[in-house]
Design a binder for this molecule. Structure first.
Ligand SMILES: NC(=O)c1ccc[n+]([C@@H]2O[C@H](COP(=O)([O-])OP(=O)(O)OC[C@H]3O[C@@H](n4cnc5c(N)ncnc54)[C@H](O)[C@@H]3O)[C@@H](O)[C@H]2O)c1
Length: 345
């Protein structure tokens, strides 16, 4: 039986991937999270615990879902010292992983990226341990999620807004990425290329733009705006002028393209994941308040951090080379988020 590893498996992307892999395969799925941000699987898996041992819980009657509550760095340091660690600590017979999806990271949205950059810089240590493990143990395939934050910020200003192309990141001619978060992702992309070329690891990198979905944390703008519209907030607060824009892409599309890319790309090349469409926060508010059936007064909060002015992508490379296009329109995706927000009030 194949065994996949999902790090950060209780975060937004991780828990969606855990559930997708569980539904779409017969594989065993091991997921690790320190729950610093992630939510406990008891609350979202909807499956009984079949047994528990130390900091591990196994879910479902088929015993295919293994959750370990731990700091990934501690687990990887143990594994890097002793490949039999899982066997000795948990009685788990996992010699090698098939696919590793590495979603453990400190992300946290604009307030954390700008407000606590050294906390976010710990992504460097999480990724360093992960890459060392991957190069020593060679899983079948490894997914490294970079981010649109790796792109040079001077290509995302009000006067210089363009659709970001994969080739806009060039290690021989560098622009400045977005804060410590962007630097750590850029470093991860560099390590991914070395893992592929120097160690022969099958590596795929993705640069998701603004992923969103029904079960996303309220510290992210899409669910937060949906929740406030569902409560008919008026005046409606927006960070900055609200004219800043992002490329919102639904989590189901993010997962689809991630899995396709892993089938097709093995050399550490990074691809965009977005709709290729810029939507401002003011437009987002209009969509959600439209669903709620009212027109609020907009109240700009000019002291809040807003990040770059416009961040969106060019999907030409993906369309031409992978034949992929996002399936879930902004209107449909946002409608799903709004309906989920309504159910919560
Ligand atoms: N969501 C998006 O739209 C998006 C966009 C670009 C890039 N990404 C990347 O995808 C990955 C996942 O993002 P997300 O949105 O799910 O973030 P998230 O914050 O929801 O999930 C990250 C998870 O990692 C866990 N974690 C943090 N440090 C850990 C540690 N030391 N040990 C174990 N677990 C730890 C957290 O508890 C959390 O559950 C990140 O690398 C992020 O940079 C996501």
């Amino acid at each position: 039986m194949a065994t996949h590893l999902v790090t950060g498996g209780c975060g937004f992307v991780g828990r969606n991937m855990v559930q997708r892999l569980y539904r779409s395969s017969n594989a065993r799925i091991l997921f690790i999270d320190d729950l610093s941000v992630g939510t406990h699987p008891d609350t979202w898996l909807g499956l009984p615990v079949s047994f528990a041992h130390r900091e591990m819980k196994v879910y479902g009657n088929d015993e295919r879902l293994y959750f370990i509550h731990a700091d990934l760095r501690d687990v990887l340091r143990e594994l890097n010292k002793d490949p039999q660690y899982f066997q000795k600590r948990y009685g788990l017979n996992v010699a090698l992983f098939d696919d590793i999806f590495h979603f453990a990271a400190i992300v946290g949205g604009r307030s954390k990226i700008d407000g606590d950059p050294m906390l976010v810089a710990q992504d460097l240590s999480i990724d360093a341990e992960m890459f060392l493990y991957v190069c020593r143990n060679k899983p079948r395939r490894f997914l490294y999620p970079s981010s649109s934050a790796a792109y040079p910020i001077d290509l995302q200003t009000e006067s210089n807004t363009l659709k970001l192309k994969e080739s806009d990141i060039d290690f021989k001619k560098m622009g400045e990425p977005d804060m410590t978060y962007g630097w750590s992702k850029l470093t991860g992309e560099f390590l991914a290329k070395i893992a592929a070329s120097h160690y022969g690891v099958h590596v795929t990198c993705i640069r998701p733009f603004s992923g969103y979905g029904e079960d996303q944390d309220l510290s992210y703008p899409v669910p937060a705006i949906a929740a406030r519209a569902a409560k008919k907030e008026n005046p409606f607060e927006v960070w900055g002028t609200g004219k800043q824009g992002r490329d919102f892409v639904h989590i189901d599309d993010v997962l689809d393209l991630t899995l396709l890319a892993m089938d097709k790309i093995s050399d550490g090349r990074a691809i965009n994941i977005g709709m290729g469409r810029l939507t401002s926060f003011l437009e987002l508010i209009e969509v959600f308040t439209g669903f709620a059936g009212y027109k609020p007064t907009i109240k700009p909060l000019l002291d809040k951090p807003v990040g770059v002015h416009s961040r969106y992508c060019d999907m030409t490379w993906v369309e031409e080379n992978l034949g992929w296009k996002a399936k879930i329109s902004i209107e449909e995706g946002m409608r799903r988020v709004y309906e989920a927000a309504l159910r919560k009030i």
